[in-house]
Design a protein around this ligand. Structure first.
Ligand code: PMP
Length: 352
């Protein structure tokens, strides 16, 4: 075996840990997937797809998908960037916009991928503590910085921040790019998309993974000023031109055109979320007023780590982090009413 010092030059990182994807059949409430299938129009595309087309490279501009997204949000196609899930879009945005010696700012409790991207791209960052009730203090984001990112609603807390507070932060930071990660916005928060024409430095990122039931297809997108989108495309085309397969582009375009199906699916999940809040309260849980497709809950007397383990025994998967400030909370994805009733029955037994 060679004993050279090549390892000194390896880019070493501590990777993001995704939620578990169990091989066996479980009630899966751990990665905020949608419990309902995608629009039937997506199935039609798959059924009718001609495999011979796979010989060819896809359209590198993903025009059908970009145009469909632009039409849905009433923006120009040149204001839309698409990627392989919003993880890819956020990663490209980090690489494109967070390129300063000053630190990028994001909350201490937030999507646990942000510090991983900062680390892999060697971007300095500072995490600003959320308040005791898990809210962002806008004053924390009015200092020198190399960029700002946070989700709205935040994850894993589910808390919504107001549009006026977001505008306040964007207005105070004309010298950096402010990214609002709206992975869960369709479940009840107000989107910052209404501000993009006013602020050239505001980028809004959304995904097909949650409200459009297509986590497995990997489609995310960013909407912002033409300038921001051009800079992101320049970076994307410097890494990999062909990120979106032809099937992905077609399925995504059909899904976003099916507004009626989207509205009905989101409505069902919001209703189940509100029903679940009542049930969890009856069982002695406390939680934030989630505006997303998950509930961030802690029990008055039983530690979250024990409930997590006991649920897993019963083949019900939720998410738990052994991290400061949130190590007594569970993040429970909103499933179908039937799945949630099975969860409540199991919890009743565990808490007895
Ligand atoms: N942002 C947040 C806040 C998330 O929770 C997730 C889901 N893990 C993502 C982005 C990425 O989702 P996707 O890559 O499936 O679009």
């Amino acid at each position: 075996m060679s004993t050279g010092s090549w390892e000194n030059n390896v880019r070493k990182v501590v990777p993001y840990t995704p939620g578990e994807q169990p091989k066996e059949k479980v009630i899966k409430l751990n990665t905020n997937e949608n419990p309902y299938p995608p629009s039937p129009k997506v199935k039609r595309i798959l059924d009718e797809y001609n495999c011979d087309k796979m010989r060819l490279y896809p359209d590198p501009d993903a025009t059908v998908l970009v145009d469909a997204i632009a039409e849905r949000y009433n923006v120009k196609p040149s204001q839309v960037f698409v990627g392989v899930g919003s993880d890819d879009v956020i990663s490209v945005a980090f690489l494109t916009f967070f390129n300063s010696e000053k630190p990028v700012l994001f909350p201490d409790i937030t999507y646990s991928f942000y510090d991983v991207w900062a680390d892999v791209y060697r971007i300095p960052f500072v995490q600003k503590p959320l308040t005791a009730d898990f809210k962002i203090d806008p004053a924390d984001y009015k200092c020198e910085n190399g960029g700002i990112i946070f989700p709205n609603p935040n994850a894993p807390t589910g808390c919504e921040e107001s549009l006026s507070m977001i505008e306040d932060i964007v207005k105070a930071n004309p010298d950096s790019v402010v990214i609002i990660d709206e992975a869960y916005v369709d479940f009840g928060a107000e989107s910052a998309l209404s501000l993009i024409d006013k602020y050239e430095n505001l980028l809004v990122i959304q995904t097909f993974s949650k409200s459009r039931s297509m986590a497995g297809m990997r489609i995310g997108y960013a909407i912002g000023s033409e300038k921001l989108i051009k800079y992101m495309n320049d970076v994307k085309f410097s890494i990999n031109s062909y990120t979106m397969t032809p099937l992905t582009q077609l399925c995504g375009a059909e899904a976003i055109k099916d507004e009626e199906y989207f509205v009905s699916t989101v409505k069902k999940i919001v209703e189940t979320r509100e029903y679940s809040k009542k049930k969890l309260a009856e069982l002695g849980f406390e939680f934030t007023d989630s505006k997303s497709n998950f509930i961030f809950a802690s029990h008055k007397s039983k530690p979250a780590s024990e409930i997590f383990a006991a649920l897993k025994e019963k083949k019900i998967f939720v998410r738990y982090w052994n991290k400061p400030r949130i190590n007594n909370h569970l993040r429970i994805t909103v499933g179908t009413p039937e799945e949630m009733d099975e969860l409540f029955a199991a919890l009743k037994e565990i808490l007895k």
